[in-house]
Structure formats: C-alpha cells, structure tokens
Design a protein around this ligand. Structure first.
Ligand code: HEM
Length: 468
C-alpha cells in the first residue's frame, strides 16, 4: 500500500511538474513568438531563392511597404532578417563580433583573398590585419598617394587627345586600376608588370560569380581560373617582396606598409599574407570607386546646376592655389565632395551588408513595434534601399547634392546610420578617404581640362569630350 502511495505521489508530482512546465512555456512562448519579425510569404522550399535571385532590392521594394522595416526571408535553410533604416540598424553596425559576426556570411571571399587573411582567420587576427589597413591609409600616407593619383590622371587623360568620344565607364575602370596599382600594389607592378597583374586580377575578379556566394569551391572553370590566378599572383608578389627586402628600399605604397606591418606579438607579416591583403584591398576599392566615378560623371553631365557649381568651385580653388593639386587642395573641394556623395547615395556599389547573429537581440521600429531577432539568423541591411527612405531624404530619388550642405544635412538629421554607402560603426569602410581623394582627383582634372557632354541615354557612360 505504502509503495502504491509512493508511486501515486511521484506520478502526481510528475504530472504537476509537466503541467507547470507547459503553463510556464505557454506563458513565455506565445509572447516571444509574437515578437518575431513578420515573414515574407513565399512558394514553399525554393520560393525564397527565386525572390532573392530576382534581386534583393526588388524584393525589399515589394516587401517593405507590406511588412515594414524588419522582416524575415526564408532562404533555403537560412533565415535572413532585414533591418531597414537607422531606427532598427544601430545594433547591426555597432555590435561586437561575439554578438554579430561577418566571418560566416563573408566566407565566400576566402578562395579569392587566399588563406591566412581576413575572413579565413579568427577575429583577433583579422582585427590586427584591419589595423594594417588603417596604418596603410592614414593621412600621412594618403598625402603621398594623392600625388600619384594626380599624376596617373594627368598621364591617362593626356592620351584622350583634343577631342573625341569615349566609353566613360570603361575608361574610368582602367584609370582606377592603374592608380590602384601605383598606390597600393607598388612601383614594380605599375611600371613592369601591369598587364600581367591586371589580367590575373581580372581572373580572380571573374571567379566571383553569383553562384560563388553559395558554393565558393564549386569546380567550375571560373573558379579554376581564379585559383590558378591567385597562385600566380602570389608568386609575383613573393619575388617583389623579397627583392624589396634585399634592396632595403622603402616605398610609399600599401605593399610597403603591409611588408612593414607587425602583429602584437612582433611577428612580421608573411609574403602570402601581404598578397592576400593586397587582393582584399583591390576587391574593396576597385569596382566601388570606378562605379562611383562613373555615376558622378553621369549626374554632373545631366545636371546643369551642379555642373556649374563644381566648375565654379574648381575656378575658385585653383585661383587660390595655382596649378597645385594635392591632398589639402582636394580636401577643400566641398561641392565636388557632395556631388560624389550624392551619386553614392543613389548608387551604393554594395547592395547588401550582412552579419550572423550569435545572440538574440531586440529592435524597436519607428512606429514602436518591438521584435526579437533570434540567434542563428543572418541579419542584413541594404545601402541601396535604406539610402532612399523618404522619411530621411526629401525626394529621395532626385539627385540633390545640396541635401548634405550646412543647414540641411539630411543624412545627419535622422541620426547615425542614415547614410550607409560606406557602412558604419564597427566595420565602417577604412578606404573612404582614399576613395574620395581618388574620385576627386579624377573629376577635378576632367572638369578643369575638358568640356564634356553625355551622348548616350542616361545612365550609359558614353560621352564626348573636348579639351578646353
Ligand atoms: C566608393 C568606394 C567604396 C565604397 C562605397 C566602400 C564601401 C564599403 C562598405 C559598405 C563597407 C562595410 C562592409 C560591411 O559593413 O559589411 C566597407 C568596408 C571596408 N572597406 Fe570600403 N568601400 C570603398 C572603397 C574602399 C577602398 C578604396 C578601400 C581600401 C583601399 C576599402 C577598404 C575597406 C575595408 C578594409 C573594409 C573593412 C572594414 C572592416 O570590416 O572593419 N574600401 N567598404
């Protein structure tokens, strides 16, 4: 009888515990479920992929009005939660690496940059490698780079002759890789190996296909060419680096800066690391800057008001400084700066930025809705979409560089992370000053030396030029 009672008691206790657990979870669970972001309605299984492949910005344009600034897309086996606008993206930009990390979502870059650098290494090492970037791009170095940028632009545009028709996009891409070779890869590459190195870089670049983001090691010809090119490039840099070390000569370029860089434990960079970091720099700066230069030109050629304003500014500044164009002179060109910044607002080259969530966090939207973003989601924001939000920018689709002028400063009025062409916060672009100086050096030269006219329909980049 006693034993029976014991069993009964244990049974009652068990049932009571289960009910209590159920009740507690019933109390907690619905609340947390209620706070999950809304989900994009899709065809089962591959619906997310189809929507995503149509272009993330198209998808955002369709879903943002329906679902608001925070929502989740089921993409194959991943949940991608979008955070659109400064009100909900502060954590995205500011969070520590242990909360939101880049490594998982940007892994697909590893076969292009090579082993031992950036997304192939732990955050502590990556942080040190980003310190090398910061050092290579500090103002004292930039001053030297600007002289090289100006010289490259002069030599390049000299070859255009007195008048003619050019494909602006093609031309600026070419000039920017020449300039990058000079300032980043160094004299040896620029003067002797330019054709070889740019062909190899082209193969590495072409190795980045849309499919590479999902399957970076898929055995396709583009990936094979990428891998061979990276090996050859590593060989070229190995010999440049050892001859520089032997000659004990020091140059002012990013290559030299990376050679001289040391980790906290005093370990010097290896040749493979230097090569990988240079490829990463080219990836970060090449297309981004050339696309932005082309858009700046296309907008200036089609906006009489701003073309006159930048021409006026060139006249004033050059009147003050004579023919000298250096770091400080370029830094005075505020109108040109705003014209570039506005082209970049409308056409940021990086459409989507992503992180991987390691811990849950909450966001509150502009209209007070609260959402919990669970651990294990990919979180994403989109410069292309967020830079055109109408509650931040007046007539957001209009090219209006004055929106950044004193008195309006629309990008600041709505708070930090309203303008995200260069990202921001913890991983904000380290090359932003370099990019502006390079684009300014190009456009300052063009504006002062040519009379330009866009002859293809906007936005194609064909235009005619006449030497002034
Ligand atoms: C118009 C030109 C450029 C644009 C629009 C641009 C844009 C960006 C953006 C949006 C990010 C943040 C990525 C993220 O948060 O996931 C970024 C990061 C970065 N950019 Fe740029 N970039 C430009 C030029 C350059 C150049 C010229 C360099 C170097 C030579 C460079 C080096 C870097 C580096 C090293 C990072 C990583 C920073 C970090 O994670 O801490 N960028 N860039």
């Amino acid at each position: 009888m006693d034993t029976d009672n014991k069993f009964l008691n244990v049974g009652v206790l068990l049932v009571a515990t289960l009910i209590a657990a159920k009740l507690i979870s019933a109390l907690i669970m619905p609340r947390s479920r209620k706070r999950l972001p809304p989900v994009v309605r899709l065809m089962p299984v591959i619906g997310g992929l189809i929507r995503f492949l149509k272009g993330p910005v198209v998808m955002l344009r369709e879903e943002y009005p329906k679902l608001g600034s925070v929502f989740t897309l089921n993409l194959l086996n991943k949940k991608v939660t979008f955070l659109i606008g400064p009100e909900v993206s502060a954590h995205f930009f500011k969070a520590s690496e242990s909360d939101l990390s880049q490594q998982e979502v940007y892994q697909f870059n590893v076969p292009s940059f090579g082993p031992g650098v950036v997304f192939d290494v732990d955050y502590s090492i990556r942080q040190e490698q980003f310190r090398f970037f910061t050092e290579a791009l500090r103002v004292t170095k930039l001053k030297g780079y600007v002289d090289q940028m100006v010289k490259e632009a002069e030599d390049f545009f000299w070859k255009w002759g007195d008048s003619g028709e050019v494909d602006l996009k093609y031309e600026l891409e070419h000039l920017i890789i020449l300039t990058a070779s000079r300032c980043l890869l160094g004299r040896e590459v620029r003067e002797k190996l330019f054709a070889d190195v740019s062909a190899l870089f082209h193969d590495i670049d072409n190795g980045m296909q849309p499919i590479s983001v999902i399957f970076p090691y898929l055995p396709i010809p583009a990936h094979r060419r990428r891998d061979q090119a990276r090996k050859k490039l590593a060989g070229i840099f190995e010999s440049i680096i050892s001859s520089r070390k032997l000659a004990e000569k020091s140059d002012n370029d990013m290559l030299q800066s990376f050679i001289d860089s040391k980790y906290k434990d005093r370990r010097p960079t290896t040749e493979a690391e230097v090569t990988g970091l240079l490829i990463a720099a080219l990836f970060a700066g090449q297309h981004t800057s050339s696309i932005t230069s082309t858009w700046t030109g296309a907008y200036l050629m089609t906006n009489e008001k701003y073309l006159s304003a930048v021409l006026e500014e060139q006249k004033d500044i050059m009147g003050k400084h004579g023919d000298i164009v250096d770091h400080d002179v370029l830094s005075e060109m505020d109108v040109l700066y705003r014209c570039i910044k506005e082209a970049l607002r409308l056409h940021p080259p990086l459409l989507m930025l992503m992180r991987w969530t390691h811990s849950e966090f909450s966001v509150t939207t502009r209209d007070g809705k609260e959402y919990d973003i669970p651990k294990g989601h990919v979180v994403a924001t989109s410069p292309s979409f967020a830079n055109r939000l109408s509650h931040i920018y007046k007539d957001p689709d209009t090219y209006d560089p004055d929106r950044f002028a004193a008195g309006r400063e629309e990008d600041k009025a709505a708070g930090t992370f309203s303008y995200i062409s260069f990202g921001g916060g913890r991983h904000g672009c380290l090359g932003e000053p370099f990019a502006y100086l390079q684009i300014k050096a190009i456009w300052s030269h063009l504006l002062r030396n040519f009379d330009l006219e866009l002859i293809s329909p906007f936005p194609e980049g064909t235009m005619i030029h006449n030497m002034l």
